[in-house]
Design a protein around this ligand. Structure first.
Ligand code: CA
Length: 229
């Protein structure tokens, strides 16, 4: 499994529902982590923020609403999209759900197809390269569906790690990534890799991007890391 697959945290206290959700998300190609209550969800997010959270409203002790409110009140977790699940469909619930900062809201019983569409739609906004989007930056085009990269319309040869690095950069051009952030995003937390490895692959990416000429678009930010553009 590659590290650039989006991770989805499922928070649901009912085991059968939790497993069905996890099963369907895994079938869609997502990496899934599971929490059975709000406290566990908050701990997991602290350890390793997922790319998206599917959060049940009705949870014992800390409710889904409270979990969402806490996540959205902290700068480090505010950007993680939250899709709230609820058995209650009244309009008032919908409004309360959105007031907590939830990014989307799905009423139970939900259709799996619809829920997956909502998940992809949130990720299209936050992790475009992971849902098969075509990304462009200056004369560079990355097609996440076919895994092809072009510069000035010429195809580029790129290793798998360089491809993941580039797609990370192209999701947020101009953003400065520290070596540690790139390790988490491109290699994944489970694998021990030295930060120097990042420099080696950045070097390879630069070479690959300039294989038909053109300026080096990767910027080294002293003491901070790397950015595209
Ligand atoms: Ca529940």
């Amino acid at each position: 499994m590659s590290a650039d697959q989006p991770t989805v945290l499922v928070v649901e206290d009912e085991p059968a529902q939790r497993e069905v959700l996890a099963y369907n998300l895994e079938a869609e190609g997502f990496r899934v982590s599971k929490a059975e209550n709000g406290e566990e969800a908050l701990l997991l997010v602290d350890e390793d923020a997922p790319d998206l959270i599917v959060l049940d409203w009705m949870l014992p002790s800390v409710s889904g609403i409270e979990v969402c409110r806490r996540l959205k009140s902290r700068a480090e977790t505010r950007g993680v999209p939250v899709i709230m699940l609820s058995a209650r469909s009244e309009e008032v619930d919908r409004v309360r759900g959105l007031e907590t900062g939830a990014d989307d809201y799905v009423v139970k019983p939900y259709s799996v197809v619809e829920l997956m569409a909502r998940v992809r739609s949130q990720l299209r906004r936050t992790r475009p390269a992971t849902v098969g989007q075509r990304l462009e930056f200056a004369d560079i085009v990355l097609d996440a569906e076919t895994h092809k990269v072009f510069r000035d319309e010429k195809p580029l040869k790129l290793g798998p790690t360089e491809f993941r690095l580039l797609s990370t950069f192209m999701e947020k051009p101009g953003r400065v990534w520290s070596r540690e952030q790139l390790l988490d995003r491109v290699w994944g937390r489970d694998i021990y890799v030295d930060t120097r490895t990042v420099d080696v692959h950045i070097g390879r990416l630069r070479k690959a991007l300039c294989q038909h000429g053109g300026d080096d678009p990767v910027r080294t930010v002293r003491g901070a890391g790397y950015a595209l553009g």
